[in-house]
Design a protein around this ligand. Sequence first.
Ligand code: ZN
Ligand code: ZN
Ligand code: ZN
Ligand code: ZN
Length: 363
Amino acid sequence: MSEHKRFLNTGQKLLKTMRSTSHRSRKGGGVFGDRWNPPKTSDGAEPQGVVLFPGEYKIPVSIGKRGKEQRELDLPYYVAFEHYYATKRRGAPCSAGISLISDGPDSELTWGNGQCPACYHIDDGVGGISRRLVHVFNAVLLGHFHLIDSDRVDASNKPYKDWTECEGKRCKYCSSGSDRVYGRRVYWQLGTRFVNTLTTHAQTVLSKRCKCGGEITPIGFQCEACGDVIRDLDAHPASREEIATIRRTSAACPHCGVVDVPEEVPECDSCKKAQPLTLWDVQLHVARQGEGTDTTLMISEWKPISDKLLARIESRMKPYNFAETLFKPQTPAQQAKRLGIPDPYTDATTRSDVGGVDWDGDE
Ligand SMILES: [Zn+2]
Ligand SMILES: [Zn+2]
Ligand SMILES: [Zn+2]
Ligand SMILES: [Zn+2]
């Protein structure tokens, strides 16, 4: 199965850019309908302000494709494989589980070998069913919102509330006296390409800026496992290109032998305790650019989260419980039903004629 290369696991690298986490974490419930996607510039929309915040997720994985060894990944965001069946425009979580391809430092995530009707049909060569790795982030959209009654009602005949962005001065909801709140909690599902954009932004832009406002440069590299200095840049200076190469090359530590990319030792030009910014420390302004498979994520602006902003949105920063809601485990039969495909584990007929794929280009 060579497709796994398409699902390059950037999760672990991303994690390295997000070390200072979680003081803001709190428990929260799950709400469907809170899914967010950045606005599209092709629709004439402006980039939207958003703050990502960490949760504490334990993701069970097996080591190796047929591995029996189980482990839990501790991640500040959720990861899962999901399927989409274009013909019926239905999606469902993969029920095959998640595997780490190897035990090494650069290992990638791939789907496991548990029972999954959609994976079964993909392996069988049936077209039109897709599978992708998604990284699911907790986020708060910045700006004012109204919660207004929709025309849909729940079991007790009460109308569901819909979130609507306040339109400012001439907002009709404001003039009709509707309550206005600042910040809306959402979740954001990113495919591999969009996650790469975030990771690159964190590594090449944010990590060069200190929480104090100063500028950060590396003074050396150390082994993350044993803490020994691998390269002291004061004693042995390196060019920009060399530093970039060291930064992304896995090597065996000469002291303890652990193979990993070396950890940067940062120095700030205006404080004693360099604290590089991470994705959790900034507000981002993002939009989707382009169409179809060429859609890219654009970060038009960023700045550190001010204390004032944090105070305004802190009460919304409650991580979703994805494992119990969106990605609640399903039996193969439940998944097959949801996608509208035969369940090969109970049905005799397994072939289905399907076609068309739609991921909006963010694989
Ligand atoms: Zn699957
Ligand atoms: Zn308004
Ligand atoms: Zn070491
Ligand atoms: Zn500083």
